[in-house]
Write a protein that binds this ligand. Structure first.
Ligand code: ZN
Ligand code: ZN
Length: 240
């Protein structure tokens, strides 16, 4: 495997562009913009507390450092700009996301909710009815572990599949990972078409936050919770 800095650069460029354009377009939709304002209003008193603000800042710093290490030292060996048929892009994205989700399921269930990292994870679980900012109210160790699991899945699958993965595919997979992990903490009350999926994603993670004894440990799909019998039904939430 070679150090392909151009592939790593393309990965960041595509990821940042898709994030910015996606957000711009999503909030042109009035229903989503209304939910955004509702979350921002609920987040304001939380961010007014110095300890909360500091915790978010430390979390963001930890994410930045972990991302930088992977971007400079690991991902250039695992990414390529070589073209491939569309079906291979799809396979790469699905495999990375599903393998990560399995690792995350095990880590969340047995480490974060087990004895070892229970206290670390309890910080994030202070949010009983989460809103947007609670996605960032996470202990720095938990943030790093989550990112290592996701970004570490990319070189793992690259090695197992016998070659680097496509930079654009991985930018799309990373976009799904970051957005679902943020969106699942927002307050959304749109139980009708075409917002049913986003409504479901938020209410299923809200069920996990009711207390520290609930299921729904996976973060991207509910497949592993369904398979291993830890699936909780979504909860309806009061307006924050
Ligand atoms: Zn948890
Ligand atoms: Zn959460």
């Amino acid at each position: 495997m070679t150090y392909d800095w151009l592939a790593a650069l393309l990965y960041v460029g595509v990821l940042v562009s898709l994030t910015v354009v996606g957000k711009y377009l999503a909030f042109k939709i009035p229903a989503l913009q209304a939910m955004r304002e509702l979350n921002a209003a609920a987040d304001r008193p939380k961010l007014a507390r110095k300890r909360f603000r500091e915790a978010v800042k430390v979390n963001n710093r930890s994410a930045l450092i972990t991302n930088a290490v992977f971007l400079l030292a690991i991902l250039p060996f695992s990414l390529t700009i070589d073209s491939r048929p569309l079906w291979r892009h799809v396979v790469e994205i699905v495999v990375v996301l599903m393998v990560f989700d399995f690792f995350y399921y095990l880590t969340h269930r047995f480490l974060f909710h087990g004895r070892i990292l229970h206290k670390v994870h309890a910080l994030h679980h202070q949010a009983r009815t989460p809103t947007y900012i609670d996605a960032l109210y996470v202990h720095p160790l938990e943030t790093s572990i989550g990112l290592v699991l996701f970004l570490g899945t990319i070189p793992l699958i690259a090695v197992l599949s016998g070659g680097p993965l496509n930079a654009v595919s991985m930018a799309v997979a990373t976009l799904v990972f970051t957005q679902v992990n943020t969106i699942n903490h927002t307050y959304v009350n749109l139980p009708y078409f075409p917002f049913k999926t986003v409504d479901y994603i938020t209410s299923i993670h809200a069920a996990h936050h009711v207390d520290m004894n609930r299921g729904n440990y996976a973060t991207l799909t509910m497949l592993y919770d369904w398979l291993f019998g830890t699936l909780e039904t979504p909860v309806s939430r009061p307006t924050p």
